[in-house]
Design a protein around this ligand. Structure first.
Ligand SMILES: Cc1cc2nc3c(=O)[nH]c(=O)nc-3n(C[C@H](O)[C@H](O)[C@H](O)COP(=O)(O)OP(=O)(O)OC[C@H]3O[C@@H](n4cnc5c(N)ncnc54)[C@H](O)[C@@H]3O)c2cc1C
Length: 484
């Protein structure tokens, strides 16, 4: 056992995780308040929790760069290390003679296991450890039913969140960081988070600027310009009707309580924003709901929440899966969504629901296949929201859409992309199609197709499954598990 160092020069290590920001960072705030030199540390630990997919790795690299630059402007530096986090953090604490290690908790079983290991390792070294709440509006322990379990229906869940007091006010970013001892850091490039050969990240670079500063700008712009139209536009993939904050929230470049307070403040200042803000906050509530579900069901990404689905007769159709992944299904709204995803690392929420429904219902492909594809290609891929939403669409999740509700992709397109603007943007081979046919090119006459420059089956695919037949097949499969 080592005697703890309590000299004024003994630093506090702030272990950054899914909270790549300086403002409203309780662990950092407390370290700075203690007047200690601060060592800012990020550990790439791919064994703790689900390893990020390719698009999220790209985001992580940009976000760490942005964080490092913000820390540097305040006189500090960001130390990068790789390996099992509990071991790496404890070793660094010993090496640097740290008096304490601070972090913001992540309410997910594998991360909590690492936190417990670290606490034990630090205790052995006589080094203090402090965990702060950070990634949720309300801790899961605060929302339990009579049996002590989490809620599985969104509306009562959200009512309970709203009935609790407002989350604490966000904390300011430190103006200055007292630098800690000089500590060797990995080079970010050595982690190979970004693609090189081939470099497929051009579309991501064009679409996004990761980092806290950009997250704050997006939030401000959303509240100023978009929130007033949110109720009417949020389901329209052809419009910029939502906040695009999801990857920033995923990496903690903004905390949910910063979003909460900024949104509430905006609505107080301008009551016209009220309905839009309430709806927007309830979407933030879905993020919270999904994370609480993951807390209570660590196997959310692999196991059906409703076990009646365990015997579901999924089809392992590799060819159909590949057509779906590449956006070659012959259904324009589905193809547009999957191509938007490939190019930008996100997909509009309405279209996520349509493509997910198409995969699990029309193609009878296991939701886990779609979830895995999203996990690899989404910059906002989230261990709670992704599987929870897939299970919701498939009908096997919490508060799930009933399995018998099968989206008709043509009607969804006509309703939510009425002029075909979204489809024309992402499926350029259909750009000259008349609007009335853009969501159903298979019904166009040979003359209409020829004048739009389309040869079905060559320049654009025929539908890989007929909607009515696909629907019937899905309902028959559903009937099987209901019978059993
Ligand atoms: C099959 C499927 C998979 C999904 N996977 C993810 C995922 O991996 N990560 C992710 O963040 N979202 C996921 N979503 C939810 C949703 O599509 C995105 O959060 C939303 O499109 C992000 O856009 P936005 O930031 O403009 O949202 P806004 O409409 O501006 O909403 C504000 C915030 O609320 C949260 N939010 C909104 N809708 C949902 C929702 N249904 N579930 C959970 N949180 C929500 C997000 O954090 C979002 O940034 C998924 C939805 C579906 C149907």
């Amino acid at each position: 056992m080592r005697t703890p160092l309590t000299t004024p020069s003994a630093p506090v290590i702030v272990w950054f995780r899914d909270d790549l920001r300086l403002s409203d960072h309780p662990a950092l705030h407390a370290a700075v308040k203690a007047g200690a030199p601060v060592v800012c540390l990020y550990v790439l630990d791919e064994a703790a929790g689900r390893p990020p997919g390719s698009a999220a790795r790209w985001w992580l690299a940009q976000s760490l760069r942005a964080l490092g630059a913000e820390i540097a402007t305040r006189g500090g530096s960001l130390v990068l290390r790789r390996g099992p986090a509990a071991k790496v953090v404890a070793e660094l604490a010993r090496e640097s003679g740290a008096r304490a290690v601070h972090w913001n908790g992540i309410a997910q079983a594998p991360h909590q296991a690492v936190e417990r290991q670290l606490e034990a390792a630090l205790a052995k070294l006589g080094i203090d450890s402090q965990s702060f709440p950070g990634d949720l509006l309300v801790q899961p322990s605060a929302i339990r039913n009579k049996e002590g379990r989490g809620l599985r229906v969104f509306t009562p869940f959200w009512r309970r969140v709203l009935s609790l007091v407002d989350p604490p006010k966000p904390l300011p970013a430190p103006k200055q960081l007292r630098p800690g001892p000089k500590i060797a850091s990995d080079r970010l490039e050595s982690w190979k988070l970004e693609p090189t050969r081939p470099d497929w990240a051009g579309g991501l670079r064009k679409t996004w600027t990761p980092g806290e500063a950009s997250a704050r700008t997006r939030l401000r712009d959303f509240l100023k310009h978009t929130a007033r139209r949110y109720v009417g536009d949020r389901d329209r993939p052809d419009r910029e009707g939502t906040s695009s904050l999801s990857p920033h929230l995923r990496f903690g470049e903004l905390s949910p309580r910063q979003v909460w307070h900024a949104a509430r403040f905006a609505a107080d200042e301008d009551p016209v924003l009220g309905p839009g803000i309430e709806k927007f906050l309830s979407e933030l509530g879905w993020r919270e709901f999904c994370r609480h579900l993951l807390h209570d069901h660590p196997d959310l990404g692999t196991d059906n929440l409703q076990t009646s689905f365990d015997g579901f007769p999924w089809k392992g159709d590799k060819k159909a899966l590949a057509a779906w992944q590449r956006g070659h299904t012959g259904y324009p709204i589905v193809d547009a969504g999957l191509r938007e995803l490939w190019h930008t690392g996100v997909m509009h929420n309405r279209v996520r629901m349509v493509v997910a429904s198409f995969l699990v219902k029309h193609l009878l492909i296991d939701w886990r296949e779609g979830e895995a594809w999203f996990w690899d290609t989404l910059v906002d891929a989230d261990a709670g929201s992704n599987p929870a939403n897939w299970q919701w669409v498939a009908g096997c999740g919490a508060d799930a859409a009933p399995y018998f509700r099968v989206f008709n992709p043509q009607l969804q397109g006509e309703k939510f992309d009425p002029d075909g603007t979204y489809v024309r943007r992402w499926v350029p081979e259909l750009k000259d199609m008349p609007t009335k046919l853009i969501h159903r090119p298979w019904q166009a006459t040979p003359i209409e197709l020829a004048s739009a420059g389309i040869t079905l089956g060559k320049t654009y695919p025929q539908p890989i499954v007929d909607h009515a037949k696909g629907r019937e097949r899905a309902l028959a499969a559903y009937a099987k598990i209901r019978r059993s």
